[in-house]
Design a protein around this ligand. Structure first.
Ligand code: SF4
Length: 367
């Protein structure tokens, strides 16, 4: 007799366990409304895709803050990349970055006008482009958080070819959490920390923000049960009046993080103040290429007068969304004049941007 083949249920998506966790969350709902902020487009996608907001008590609101690297890349850096491309360099970057509106044009529009702009999947792909085009200047426009910065550091430390340059616009997550806690008038009750960033920097990286601002920080993975469990830990901390760093993703994250990746980062970069689009300057939140590696730094190799960028398109609420003070549906342009095919602001461009995610999953706040 032919035996029926059944896939074992994936426990981290087990509906029965999710319902049990949702019951637990409801039983331990806080007496007053609380706002929990995550800073991760992957979290937002998991929350929307699996309808997790519909499982939360009505007192608990979960919002995405500045968790989309494309969304927070400032126009001054984007405009620099456009000028380098228009000036004859080959500019390599990630796909979403080519569609973000700059002061005048996007990188994709510059390409349509004849500039050489190429989409790559990694810094090492851009090095390959440089090796194959020894007669051209090749600039890697490097964006992203602690998850992507080690890849850029690795190529910088591996003697890249002389025609390769990095336009660095990397950002750090812990200073962003600090900055969010300083923004009035919204009171953030707790943070969910991004699991993938935390594999690099370790759970300990959030301790200072938790202690200084008396705010719980729970490291969360990306499966539905990971996120519900992390929210349960947040509610337990709030109920008990604690403000600690807890790791709800121990199968991937430990206290110290990836020490080899951290060593690469500190060999290639040093922290600096950085502008976050829609938010402004956050102290110590950027990564500047160290002077020893300055010959590969596009800012030093190609001094370009920065344009006074328009950070906020008219009517766009991206800055409020990035500060977790608004949700995409608060914006009157959402799904009308602003769509993924015709984005007005950066939060609709990046696949990790809150507006883009809400658009793709129906644009309903209680998804
Ligand atoms: S819907 Fe568009 S215009 Fe409105 S906040 Fe989002 S990106 Fe900006």
């Amino acid at each position: 007799m032919k035996r029926e083949h059944r896939e074992p249920s994936f426990q981290l998506r087990d509906p029965a366990r999710a319902r049990a966790l949702a019951d637990l969350l409801r039983r331990h709902a806080p007496p007053d409304p609380v706002r929990i902020v995550h800073v991760c487009g992957t979290h937002e996608m998991a929350i929307a895709q699996h309808g997790l907001r519909s499982l939360l008590p009505k007192e608990v609101e979960v919002l995405e803050g500045p968790g989309c690297p494309v969304c927070v890349t400032p126009t001054v850096d984007l405009d620099r990349a456009v000028k380098l491309a228009e000036g004859g360099a080959v500019v390599c970057t990630f796909g979403d970055m080519t569609r973000v509106p700059g002061t005048r044009v996007t990188l994709a529009e510059a390409r349509a006008q004849g500039a050489d702009v190429r989409v790559v999947l990694s810094a090492s792909d851009a090095v390959d482009v440089a090796r194959k085009n020894p007669g051209r200047d090749v600039v890697f426009f490097a964006v992203g958080f602690e998850t992507t910065t080690p890849g850029t550091a690795a190529v910088l430390l591996d003697a890249p070819p002389p025609n390769f340059y990095v336009l660095a616009s990397h950002k750090l997550i812990p200073p962003a959490l600090e900055a969010l806690m300083s923004v009035p008038p919204i009171r953030i009750a707790a943070f969910l920390a991004p699991g993938h960033v935390s594999t690099v920097i370790g759970a300990q990286a959030y301790r200072s923000v938790a202690e200084r601002h008396h705010v719980p920080v729970v490291v969360a993975g990306f499966e539905p049960l990971d996120i519900l469990y992390a929210i349960a830990l947040v509610l337990r901390q709030l109920r008990e009046g604690r403000a600690e760093v807890e790791n709800a993703y121990p199968r991937a994250v430990d206290e110290q993080g990836n020490l080899r990746a951290q060593a690469l980062l500190s060999q290639a970069f040093e922290p600096c103040d950085a502008v976050w689009r829609g938010i402004g300057t956050i102290p110590g939140s950027g990564m500047r290429i160290r002077d020893e590696l300055g010959r590969w730094d596009a800012v030093q190799a190609f001094p370009i007068e920065a344009e006074e960028g328009e950070e906020k398109p008219t009517g766009c609420l991206c800055s409020e969304v990035l500060l977790a003070r608004a949700v995409p549906t608060d914006c009157s342009l959402f799904r009308s004049s602003c769509t993924p095919l015709s984005p007005v602001g950066p939060c609709m461009v990046g696949s990790e941007g809150a507006c883009n995610v809400w658009y793709r999953y129906g644009g309903r706040p209680n998804l």
